[in-house]
Each structure stands twice: as C-alpha cells, then as structure tokens.
Ligand binder design. Structure first.
Ligand code: DGJ
Length: 684
C-alpha cells in the first residue's frame, strides 16, 4: 500500500482521545472524532487502545483487523482494512459493540476518520453535485488552512442527489488526468451520508471523515449488538485523476458488482417511448423494432401493475398502485409470462421495472397496512410523486417479507426474467416508524438502508442470474452500496445527449462505463426539447452501456438502417468500452468538446470518442490518445459514421507511439457534432 494511504489508514479518530503531541506545552483531546458516543452512564469520551491485530490473507486479498477497546468502558471498535492484489483500491470499515449497563448512543459512527500530513500547500476537493435531470456535475473547491468542507446527502433514498457518496481530494498546485496526487474516497452506502475534509491551521495536517449522516439524532445501540459502518473505498494515485478513476472502475468490476465481467445487453426500455400509455401491441411492436436494430433485451418500465380501482393506467398515471406488485391484467390481458415469452420468441431477453421501496396511499397495500408507511405520530403525511406517493418502512421485517413474496411471485411468472429495474422516486419525508420503539426513531435512517440491502440480498440469492439496474428518479442510486446488488444504474432521466456529456463525465470519475446506462431517445429530447442528430445521440450513448428509450415506430427507414449499423459497431467495441481502461482526454468543462477513450486491458484495441459540448459548435480539435502500446500498430477506423468523416485517419495503420505523440485532428461541424473511432492491433 502506498505510504500516504498507509498513514491515512493508520489511525481512527475518537472523540475524547488525548491527541498527539502537546501544542505550546498544552495537551488537548480530539474534538472532531469519527466516532462519538454517549455512554450508558452519560459520559461522552472514548479513549481507545489497540488490543489485537490480525492479518488475514486469501483469495487475492489481504485484510487487517484491528481491535480497539476503551480504557474504561466495555466499548470496542473493530477496524477492517482490506486490499487486493489486482487493483489499488483499499476498503475500510468499522464495527462498534459494547457491553455497558444500558444502550449507548452513537452520535457519530464513521467508516473512515483519519488525520494525516498531506505535506502540500494546496488542497482541493472535487465532488459530484446534482439533482433530478442534472446528476453528477463536477464541483471543485480549494480548501484554505483552518477550513472544513462538509458534503452531505440526506434524502435517505435518492442518495446520489445533493452530493454523491464519492469525492476526490487533490493535493498540490497541479493535478490533472495524468499527473498529481489525488485521493478518491467513496462510501458504499445508499442512505444518508456525511463526509468532510478539514485542514488545520498549519495547513499540512488533514482530517478526513466519511460515514452515515447522524444529523437526525444519535443511533441507539443495545449491549451485545454490533453496528457495522458502510464500507469506504479509497484509492491513492500519484498519476492524477485518471488513475484514481481506473482503479475504482477495476475494483468495481472485480470486487463489487455481481456480474462485473458480463457484457451488458443493448436493450430498449419502454419508458420514454410510451410512458404509461401502452397496450400489449405497443410493447410487442417495440420488441420487433429493437430486435430489428440489433437489440438484445426489452424492458417494460412503469405502468404494468395494480388491480381494480388502483390499477396503474394511462388515466391515473403515477397516482396509484405502488405496493401492489401484480400484473394489471386489464391492460396486459395475457400477463407478464406471455410478454416475456413474446420477447424470448424474438430472441430478446426480458426485463421488468419495480419500485419496491415505495407505496401510494391509493393502493391495496396501504389500505390493508397503513402502519407500514413511514410516518410521524400525529402529523399528516408529506406526500410526493403524484400527490400520493410515500416510502415503506423497511426497518420492519414484515414489510420486507411481504414485498419479497409479492415480487417473487410476480417474477415466478417469468422464468426467463433476465433484468430488473429497481426504481425509487421519493425521499424519506416522513421520518418516523411504527415498528421502531419511541426512543429508537433516529435509528430509522441507518436501519432503513440495512433493510433495503437485506431485501436486495434475498432477491439476489433467489435469482442470481438476474441483472439489476439501480434507479432513483434517474441517477439517485449511483453509488457503490447499491452496486453490490446491481450491475448498472440509470444515470439520469435527462437523456439529452448534450447534457449527458457532462453527467456521464462526472459519473465516470468513479463509476465504470459498464454500469452507466445511456439510452438513445427521441429528438427533440422530451425533457429539454433540444434537437440533435441520431449520430450524436448514438456516439454519446456508446460511451456507456448503450440502449434505447423510444418507440422504434417513430424512426424512419434511414434512421433504422443507421441504428442497425451503430448497434453493430457498438457490439464490436463493447468489450473495450465496458471492460477496458478509461482515459479521459479532453474535459467538456475546459473545452468546447469532450473526448475520452477506452483501451482493452491487453492494449490490442481501443475506442475513442469526441463529443461536441458547446452550443456554438464547429471546432477543430487535436485529440491525443493515451493508454495505447507505443510499440504496437493500430488500424484506425471511424465508426458510427454519418454523412462525412471527421478526421483524415480512417483506414490508416499507425503506431501507438505516433498516435499518442501526434494526436488526431478532428473537425466538428455545427453545435452537436461528434466522432467515434475504433483502433485495432494490426500487423504492419
Ligand atoms: C423514474 C425513472 O428514472 C424513469 O426512468 C422511469 O422509470 C420512471 N421513474 C417511471 O416512473
């Protein structure tokens, strides 16, 4: 492990600990601890001493387990630090347990709480801020001496809004894609998070904290029960931001996502093509359309469930039915099994949308179990989408059992089900539980997320072959906690390719391309009304997991022919995009275009994209590829071709060295132009 990372991981700050060397002859205690408690007797400090240390090795990983115990109270902290042989990521987390006379209150219980000397004058923090339709925007702040930067997300469900659980800390005057020191930290957590970076007055000592947000009140921990923090993943790089990203991507594919090495299918999701307004024929027509374009899967989105007065249809749209996970047979008289068979008979896999954490007050489930809705005693419910939507109490095992059974029964009708989109379109806005005791209400936020994971784990264990897409009103579930159970996330409900250039650039800082769902949709875009070419829409989507979200019947014969060629091109480069190493070549934040390339691990192939990111358009760009083998020769082909070529390089064979040194001159015309290239090892 790198020395800085080792120092950063060496300690764990506890409130009350006597801190290091005396300053000006005076001794002080740690007042910014990662763990802060109120003991059963009301005392508030911790003085932890190491009582054991164990090294465990095996399966390509090494884990250090450090046990710390308070010098006075029967309170222990067990720290875990895990590293792998095949990537530079380190995972760390802590467990708290006690045998005090009564419950202990955890005021703060961080995964990572470190103080170390950065030895640099300049420290910047890069984070991903966002909201619906504008996820993952890069925001960077310079941190002066004596300042603390705090990042929080308090939705409880749409966790990646406000502030994504991942951040990068940059040290020194210049950090770019290729050079400079950077530390990436990402929490594996789908609930509330709090992360902060603090510089002391001298400037060199840094304190970094990351964990569950406890603003709503301390977590009450009973004797003999273990509280496990979310895992934090850390990557240190002295080769710039690009290397931090590549290591996160590799770690995610190798050690986080359930099917991290599978190629993700080209699919069509029904949402933007039909919303709630569909019949069986609409869906089978969509299947025909996507099959013709070379697609591999059809996914039925919202609008297929509910019964009687609460059946979800085109009139009541999003106002009823959540919680009643049975097929709306008035709308789909042949049922879901038939629909899955229709997809399969066309050679397509079938996927289905659920929103399991949510309920409409207008549903049979809410009528039968009003106590299962999160709610605060005596207050009226704060309702969200459709004026009737709220969140189920996932701290309650009976709620999870019921949901599991309902979803399981529905899925059983489709033995070949290959994909589930798991959506969540409401914040926790009624933070109270009828299941938790009166004095345990603040435990809700942490227990809710644990409950969600328990349900996801059960679903995964029952249907390990099913690929899950994490979604929360677009990119609200873009986090590594959910990616333990899912193989991709819906990146944003904003499918305007121009906006996606920025959103996907942000997501790529931490999350791998195979996890980033990116769909070709209508033009004008349904959200922004922007008009873009089909080529531009494809080029942008091909930088992630390509899919469609439109009704293929709206495409002309020429557009279908174009789409067919584009899908064939994508399938050829798919292993490189989805499993290769990402090199970001030109930032849309600094240029009038964005450029990135993916290189296969053995460097025998690469895919390079240049995407206009400026409304004025028309740019000459010289793009310098990276990551190629200088000694190998590559045949370069422009792919996903439109009416004209964008560079005079098509068909040429050039060495990796020449390509990287001389660059490729690319000309973009008009506002939303783009170019894609494939490079393959070629014998000269
Ligand atoms: C929000 C998601 O982000 C959309 O893709 C779609 O699934 C809708 N929910 C359906 O209600």
């Amino acid at each position: 492990m790198n020395a800085i990372l080792e120092t950063a991981l060496a300690g764990y700050l506890a409130f009350g600990q006597v801190s290091g060397e005396p300053q000006f002859g005076q001794t002080e205690i740690v007042k910014y601890g990662g763990v802060q408690v109120i003991h059963a007797d009301g005392a508030v400090t911790l003085r932890l001493n190491e009582i054991s240390r164990e090294e465990i090795a095996g399966d390509g990983a090494r884990q250090t387990v450090i046990m710390l115990k308070d010098e006075l109270y029967p309170f222990t902290v067990t720290r875990h630090i895990r590293q792998w042989d095949d990537c530079a990521a380190v995972e760390t987390w802590a467990e708290f347990r006690h045998d005090e006379e009564g419950p202990v209150k955890l005021v703060k219980a961080d995964s990572f709480a470190s103080r170390f000397d950065a030895g640099e004058e300049t420290v910047r923090v890069m984070s991903l801020a966002g909201i619906w339709g504008n996820e993952a925007y890069l925001k960077t702040s310079t941190l002066a001496q004596g300042q603390t930067l705090a990042l929080t997300s308090r939705s409880g469900t749409r966790d990646a809004w406000e502030s994504n659980a991942a951040m990068m800390i940059e040290f020194g005057e210049k950090v770019d894609e290729e050079s400079g020191k950077a530390l990436g930290i990402a929490l594996e957590w789908t609930g509330t998070t709090a992360r902060s970076v603090k510089r002391d007055w001298s400037g060199s000592a840094m304190e970094i904290f990351a964990g569950v947000d406890m603003t709503t009140g301390p977590y009450t921990l009973d004797p003999g029960v273990t509280f496990v923090t979310p895992k934090a993943v850390l990557v240190w790089s002295e080769g710039g931001r690009g290397e931090v990203s590549r290591q996160f991507h590799r770690w995610a594919r190798n050690h986080c996502m359930p099917h991290g090495h599978d190629l993700h299918p080209v699919l069509l999701n029904s949402w933007e093509g039909s919303y709630f307004s569909f019949t069986e024929k609409t869906l089978t027509d969509m299947m025909d359309g996507v099959k013709e374009m070379g697609g591999e899967m059809f996914v039925l989105d919202d609008g297929w469930f509910g019964k009687g007065k609460y059946a979800r249809d085109d009139k009541n749209k999003d106002t009823v039915g959540l919680g009643d996970w049975c097929c709306n047979t008035e709308k789909l008289p042949h049922g879901l099994g038939w629909l899955a068979d229709e997809a399969n008979s066309r050679g397509l896999k079938f996927g289905l949308w659920f929103e399991p954490e949510m309920v409409n007050t207008t549903s049979w489930l809410a009528e039968e179990h009003p106590e299962w809705l999160l709610q605060e005693r005596g207050r009226s419910l704060v309702l969200g989408r459709g004026g009737t939507q709220t969140v189920l109490d996932y701290t309650n095992p009976a709620v999870r059992d019921c949901l599991f059974d309902m979803i399981d029964e529905t899925c059983s009708a489709m033995p070949t089900l290959a994909y589930v989109k798991w959506d969540a379109n409401q914040h926790i806005s009624n933070p109270g539980s009828t299941y938790l005791a009166k004095d345990r209400q603040p435990n809700l936020w942490y227990d809710y997320t644990k409950g969600l994971y328990e349900l996801l784990a059960r679903f995964q264990a029952k249907r390990p072959e099913v690929m899950v897409q994490a979604c929360a009103s677009g990119g609200g579930h873009m986090d590594f906690g959910f990616l333990r159970y899912a193989d991709e996330f819906w990146t944003s409900d904003n499918t305007d390719p121009f906006m996606r250039v920025f959103i996907q650039w942000g997501a790529s800082q931490f999350y791998p391309a195979c996890a980033m769902a990116s769909h070709v949709t209508d033009s004008p875009n349904q959200l922004t009304k922007r008009v873009t070419s089909l080529k531009y829409r494809f080029d942008v989507s091909m930088t992630g997991r390509l899919g469609f979200e439109l009704h293929p019947n709206t495409l002309s014969a020429e557009e279908v022919a174009f789409a067919k060629r584009a899908v064939a091109d994508y399938k050829r480069i798919r292993p490189i995009v989805q499993q290769g190493d990402l090199y970001r070549l030109a930032s849309p934040y600094e240029n009038t275009y964005s450029s990135m390339m993916y290189v296969s691990e053995d460097k025998s192939g690469a895919a390079l994209f240049v995407l206009g990111s400026d409304e004025q358009g028309g740019r000459e760009a010289r793009i310098f590829p990276r990551g190629l083998d200088p000694a190998l020769s590559y045949r370069v082909a422009e792919i996903n071709r439109g009416a004209r070529l964008h560079a005079g390089i098509d068909g040429k064979i050039l060495s990796g060295r020449a390509l990287m040194a001389d660059g490729i001159a690319v000309s973009l015309e008009g506002a939303y132009d783009s170019a894609s290239f494939e490079m393959r090892f070629a014998e000269e």
